[in-house]
Structure formats: C-alpha cells, structure tokens
Design a protein around this ligand. Sequence first.
Ligand SMILES: Nc1ncnc2c1ncn2[C@@H]1O[C@H](COP(=O)(O)OP(=O)(O)OP(=O)(O)O)[C@@H](O)[C@H]1O
Length: 304
Amino acid sequence: MVIFIVNPVSGNGRGKKIWSQLESVLEERQIVYTVHFTKGPKHATFLAKEILKVSKVEAVIVVGGDGTLHEVAQGLIGTHIPLGCIPAGSGNDFARAFRISTNSTKALDMLLSSKPYKIDVAQINDGFFVNGAGIGFDGAVARMTNESKIKCWLNRMKLGRLAYVIIALRLLCTFRPIALTLTIDGKHYFYNNVWLIAVSNIPFYGGGMSICPDAMYDDGLLDLCIVSNINRFHFLRSLVKVFKGKHTSEPGVIMMRGRKISVQSKKTLPIHTDGECYQPTSATINVQRRALNVLYVPFMNKSC
Ligand SMILES: Nc1ncnc2c1ncn2[C@@H]1O[C@H](COP(=O)(O)OP(=O)(O)OP(=O)(O)O)[C@@H](O)[C@H]1O
C-alpha cells in the first residue's frame, strides 16, 4: 500500500488543492492508498513513525514542501520504506534536485513507476537533514522568511521563491558577520567574519539557489560553501550569482567537502536545516551514508 502524507497548508494551500486533484487520479486508477493530513509542526514526523508500525507499506509519498519532507524523513531515515515527494511547497528544492515534475499527475506517475534508491542524509545535533543546512546569513533569512507574511502573499501568486530573495536583500543591510571555528574531518579553520556556511547534500536551497552546484546525494560527502571576509557589496554580488551557481569563484567564497563537520561560536548561530530553524551555539554534522530510501526517477526523464 502507498501512504500519502499531505500538508494542506504547504505552498499556502497548494497542498490541499493538489491532493484533491490526486485523489481523483488515484480513484480512477484504482490504486490502493491511505492518506494522512498533517495538523501542525512536527505532526508529519509523528505520522511517519506511526507508519513504521503498519505492515506492507510500499512507499510514503509527501504532498508538500521541503519542510514536510524534512519532518517525514526524521521518521523514515534508517528504514527501508521509500520516500517520495509531490512538490506542493514554495521552495521544493528536494523535488528540483530529483527532477520531479511540478505537474502533480505527472509527478505521481513518475514516483509510482520509479525504483527505490538509497541516498545520503546528514545528522545535525539531534536531528537529520536531507537537502542542506545553512548557518549564519541564510539561517537568519530562513527564519525571517518562515515568520514573514511576504511568503504567504507571494505563494498566492505562485512566486513563493521570491520571498527568500526579498528577505535576503532586506537582511543584507543589517546582518553582522560571525566569528566561528569550523572543523572539517579533523582540520580546524578560524574565521572572524563569516556571512554564511552552507552544508549541502543536494545542489539547491532557498527555492532553487544553486549554492553547492556539485553536491551529490550519493557520494558519501557533504559540500560546503563558506562565504567570509567580504563587504556587503561583494556579498550581494555573490548572492546574485548564486542562482546560477556562478558564485563559486567570487572573492571570499570557498567551496569544500567533508564527512564530519562542526561549527562553534561564542554567539548563537542562526541555523536552518531543510528550511527549519534553530539557534544553537554549536553544530555537529555527520554524513549518514545511504541512510534514506527514496523513490528515484532516473535523470534521463526530462518531463519536469
Ligand atoms: N495543518 C498545519 N497547519 C499549520 N502548519 C502546518 C500544518 N501541517 C504542517 N505544518 C507545517 O507547515 C510547515 C511548512 O510546510 P512545507 O515546508 O511543506 O511548505 P512550504 O513552507 O510552503 O514549502 P517549502 O519548505 O518547500 O518552501 C512545516 O514546517 C510544517 O511543520
């Protein structure tokens, strides 16, 4: 049986609309399924853990955005149950990385005919992330975006991605770079003025920004983009280039890779993991090789 977890409020109500379309397609095709609707933050994790008690689960398909996918993954990581996603959020970076169609019926067909494939994830402090984590500027942008009404307005016009950009431009004027120690696979790096550190398992974050263009979800490594020691103008220039992944050779931008990463600071660090926000003073990140089974659509399929 296929189990759907639908976040009705993802993409400002797009999740609910998409589900009503999918429901009739599923009935028409006589596909046996169960559906659960999320009722609030972290409910999707609870639902995923409950699903583990059900026998004969073929797959769990999320209808929602990266936040819902993140929550469901917390329950499924380390199990064999394959996870798929029909994009219904505002950012949809997971769906973008796996080239899942934005047309919900096509996405359903792609997922139902796909094969399970194990991908890497990362453990960060007590949780996991699937897409990536952002420390510093992007952690702060994610927090402000989640709290802001701009995202709701833009989602209504199907321009949810723009919310990150508008808030990033606003925060650019006030953000103060952070002093921190970064450790990658036992090597220590000290930075006085860090704008951001992105730790990525897939190339995208923030609704399609290609922050770590070469990140691969099955190479046993996490890609890092570190931006430090530049002024606001140069940071803005890198920010503009990040959409096409052209920022990597800009001054102040360093790209690295590693398996075990830790970040420590005397101040609290704004952090997001798959768009969900925290404020610790340190973070320890370890890659978890092939720990999540996903419904995998081979990349030669260009129908998205
Ligand atoms: N019924 C609900 N009411 C309010 N919030 C909910 C409900 N169900 C889930 N949530 C919360 O909604 C949040 C946002 O969901 P999600 O990330 O899937 O959509 P999005 O923010 O529109 O998309 P994206 O993350 O791709 O930008 C999740 O963090 C989840 O905890």
